[in-house]
Design a protein around this ligand. Structure first.
Ligand SMILES: [Fe+2]
Ligand SMILES: [Fe+2]
Length: 446
């Protein structure tokens, strides 16, 4: 275990110890009569909400939104800080335990100690955030009911404390787990961006639950209706987004199959560029974006006629001009598909023919060219040189690497050529190549 990870988990233990007196007091209060049917209803709401997840971002460490926030807020607003901390921690602990048991039953090989620690640390974070939110409410005099300007202000402050604590703790946790600890600030920003809209919806619903539960309890189940509807809309939009992405990625693969000589090209470019992104220490999300940009980087060739795309020889100036339009298509798609830009980063894929010295298609230069596009340029150049064409055989790797070095500073970003060479030396280029659909052109009719 790395020292940063050790320090972080020691801190998590400290957070747990800080919460423990509240947990004990909460247990005393519950045994002393604080337990009620209202609490039971909200616990059921939290349990149900934890099982309804919506994906909010892409990649291995994507964020997920669960629908337990509204009843959790109601618990914080209606019950003492100690009871709320104990109950929220307790439900989350039972949920993680049930998930672990299911994991062990269904796919034991995928359950690692690191994974288990990662998920159970969430119990501590949620408990601590509840403790802070409850304490904030206590410091503001815990107005009851939380209505009027003072009550709503106190509830909003407690909600803000809860979200801030969770966003920051989760961001540091994910950054350390994904071995990019220096990127926790970016992760906080993306947590805020991804969760703000849903937080703004569920905090008022939680507040309404806490106001109605003591006086008009029959209204509370009705408040779950908007929560369920919001979930259904988010789920449908996520599904649509995934399906659109998959359709476009499939289209990209079919396009390559039109030309047997370029089959597998995008997969290899995507793999090389992602390996470079990993070598540069980029976040898991950025590595995923780089990979996706590689998969779609030549999709704009879709309206390049076969006579040009599959021409078995050198292209004329006019044909080269037609070929060049494929980046214009990508720029156009980048402008049109803004809402899907995390999954289909055309705005980055479009600039893979920019030269570092400013002599490329759009005359962008140096760091004005997006980093992902510069990585794609290196990966694309290497793959083009080492692949067979109808009119020539692919170069040996050593010759291609020599040419990459020569192009550093003019066509290609020198720092990224260095990154590619490291990736190559580590054998990752071969790993990508062997995993790709086609390495050599298939013979016609075979
Ligand atoms: Fe291209
Ligand atoms: Fe390409």
């Amino acid at each position: 275990m790395k020292s940063t990870t050790r320090i972080w988990y020691s801190f998590v233990i400290v957070l747990g110890l800080l919460s423990s007196p509240f947990l004990l007091r909460g247990a005393e209060e519950l045994l002393g009569g604080a337990a009620s049917w209202a609490l039971l209803l909200l616990v059921a709401g939290v349990w149900f909400g934890l099982h309804r997840t919506v994906r909010l971002s892409k990649g291995e460490f994507h964020s997920v939104y669960t629908l337990d926030d509204a009843p959790t807020f109601a618990i914080i607003f209606l019950f003492s800080t100690s009871v709320a901390t104990l109950v929220v921690c307790g439900v989350r602990f039972c949920y993680e335990t049930a998930r672990l048991v299911r994991g062990l039953r269904l796919h034991r090989d995928r359950v690692t100690l690191q994974n288990v620690i990662y998920h159970f640390a969430d119990v501590v974070f949620v408990g601590f955030a509840t403790l802070l939110a409850g304490t904030c409410l206590d410091m503001l005099g815990r107005p009851s009911p939380l209505t009027g300007l003072v009550g709503a202000g106190a509830a909003l402050s407690a909600g803000a404390v809860w979200f801030c604590a969770l966003f920051v703790l989760n961001a540091i946790h994910v950054s350390i787990y994904s071995e990019t600890p220096d990127q926790w600030v970016q992760k906080v920003v993306s947590n805020v961006q991804e969760n703000m809209a849903t937080a703004a919806l569920f905090l008022p619903i939680g507040l309404l639950m806490s106001v109605f539960l003591p006086v008009k309890p029959w209204l509370v189940p009705l408040l779950f209706v908007p929560v369920i509807l919001i979930h259904a809309v988010m789920e449908a939009s996520d599904k649509l987004e995934v399906e659109t992405e998959q359709t476009i990625l499939a289209l990209s693969a079919y396009l390559e199959e039109r030309d047997e000589y370029t089959s597998g090209h995008s997969h290899r470019v995507a793999g090389y560029a992602a390996a470079m992104a990993r070598e540069l220490g980029l976040s898991a999300e950025d590595i995923e974006t780089t990979h996706r940009a590689g998969l779609i980087h030549d999709l704009g060739k879709i309206d390049v006629p076969d006579a040009v795309l599959r021409k078995p020889g050198f292209l004329t100036e006019a044909e080269r001009a037609v070929m060049r339009t494929h980046t214009d298509r990508a720029v156009e798609l980048g402008h049109r598909l803004v809402a899907l830009k995390r999954g289909l980063p055309f705005h980055l894929a479009a600039y893979h023919h920019e030269n570092f010295d400013g002599t490329g298609y759009y005359k962008m230069a140096g760091n004005d060219i997006p980093l992902v596009s510069r990585m794609l340029a290196v990966a694309d150049t290497f793959d083009a040189m080492t692949s067979d064409r109808p009119y020539r055989n692919g170069m040996d790797d050593s010759e291609a690497l020599l040419r990459l070095k020569k192009a550093a500073g003019t066509q290609l970003d020198p720092a990224l050529v260095t990154a590619f060479l490291k990736v190559y030396d580590k054998g990752q280029v071969d790993v990508v190549r062997t995993g790709c659909p086609a390495l050599k052109p298939r013979l016609a009719g075979v």
